[in-house]
Design a protein around this ligand. Structure first.
Ligand code: SF4
Length: 368
């Protein structure tokens, strides 16, 4: 993973226990799952991680867990592991702590103080959806307020200044997409609100895949393309200056799978195009399909040095000319007569749409 200002970090992922009392319908280690259970003491987590770190195998730790019994008890054990790393081992590198549903507010505070990043998985954008995935999870009374609390604490810590060598970055969350019947419009509305208020750094999306032996094994898998479109739309909100209201949703409340969200927006706004490359602002350039933030900056910088004359100059700056051509003008001439036909498929037809539940020995929550 990439840690702000510190390049790429190799993370060691540890699930402190896979014992769990919760009934998340997508997870093989849910309370009724027929898997062997195991548990690591805080001391073991600290020792194993520091061994890997000293051997040069891991730069940072991602710590997650199942929830056996009282969530606060297991959260204390996770915090104890991180505390050992920080205080006894003097480890000041990256630690991502995934807070458990049901963690106490004081534990959220301790986690923000000890970890480099905390995350709380919302799973879905509302109470009814979350309850249909896991009856014990409480969206409005627990998950959302705890994520918002973590976001406020990180903002406060950034204002006051974290201790040297222990920077804290904003919290993250994850959604299981498509298992509960929620719409992309609802997921992105929630993400946009949290990000706008600085309470969320970014969101992860995981297309639902039914797992053999779980309560949701009979439900239909979510196309991987839907997950990809959600990531693209979230990037538009966070890095491209788009507002939530500008995203284009279909009648079903979801992003289209045929076009990426920026292309869908651009095709819905022909009055905004073509734009003249030699005069357009950074903000206008970055809205052109095939031009990202780095390329828009490169174009603005290239214009200061020389005249952009032809599509080869655009390519040299990083523009995906095939996608961008219809939206651009160079010295008064539009670069294509028609928009490029539908984007190439992200995935071969039918791929990731399998109806057969898959088998996995590792719970999805181990990876998020
Ligand atoms: S996702 Fe996590 S909390 Fe839910 S059943 Fe699996 S291990 Fe337990």
């Amino acid at each position: 993973m990439r840690y702000p200002g510190q390049g790429v970090t190799r993370l060691m992922r540890v699930m402190q226990t896979n014992a769990c009392s919760l009934s998340c319908g997508y997870c093989p280690t849910f309370c009724g799952g027929k898997v062997q259970r195991t548990y690591l003491q805080p001391e073991e987590v600290a020792r194993v991680f520091m061994g890997a770190h000293r051997s040069g195998l891991a730069d940072g730790l991602f710590l997650t867990s199942g929830v056996p019994g009282r969530p606060s008890k297991m959260t204390d054990r996770m915090l104890a592991a991180v505390d050992l790393l920080r205080r006894r081992e003097g480890f000041r590198g990256y630690v991502h702590l995934k807070l458990l549903p049901g963690a106490e507010p004081a534990q959220v505070e301790t986690a923000v103080r000890l970890a480099s990043r905390v995350s709380i998985n919302l799973e879905a954008p509302g109470d009814a959806y979350v309850r249909s995935l896991a009856r014990e999870k409480d969206f409005a009374g627990d998950l959302l307020p705890k994520l918002e609390l973590a976001g406020r604490l990180v903002l406060e810590r950034s204002r006051l200044g974290a201790p040297a060598g222990l920077p804290t970055v904003g919290p993250t969350t994850q959604f299981v997409v498509g298992a509960a019947g929620e719409q992309d419009r609802e997921i992105l509305g929630l993400v946009a609100r949290l990000e706008r208020h600085g309470l969320l750094h970014h969101a992860h999306f995981s297309a639902f895949q039914p797992v053999v032996g779980t309560p949701l094994e009979g439900r239909r898998a979510t196309p991987a393309a839907r997950e990809a479109r959600l990531y693209q739309a979230e990037h538009l909100l966070r890095q491209y200056g788009f507002e939530y209201d500008e995203l284009i949703f279909g009648a079903d409340g979801n992003l289209t799978l045929h076009d990426d969200p920026k292309t869908a927006w651009a095709l819905a706004h022909p009055e905004r195009f073509p734009i003249e490359v030699s005069r357009a602002s950074y903000e206008a350039l970055v809205r052109v399909p095939g031009i990202g933030p780095a390329t828009a900056r490169a174009l603005v910088a290239a214009r200061r040095r020389s005249v952009i004359r032809w599509s080869g100059d655009l390519r040299a700056a990083g523009v995906d000319v095939a996608r961008a051509a219809w939206f651009l003008m160079l010295r008064g001439r539009r670069l294509a007569r028609a928009p490029r036909p539908r984007q190439l498929r992200l995935f071969p037809p039918g791929e990731h749409l399998t109806q057969a539940p898959f088998r996995t020995p590792v719970p999805p929550c181990a990876y998020r």
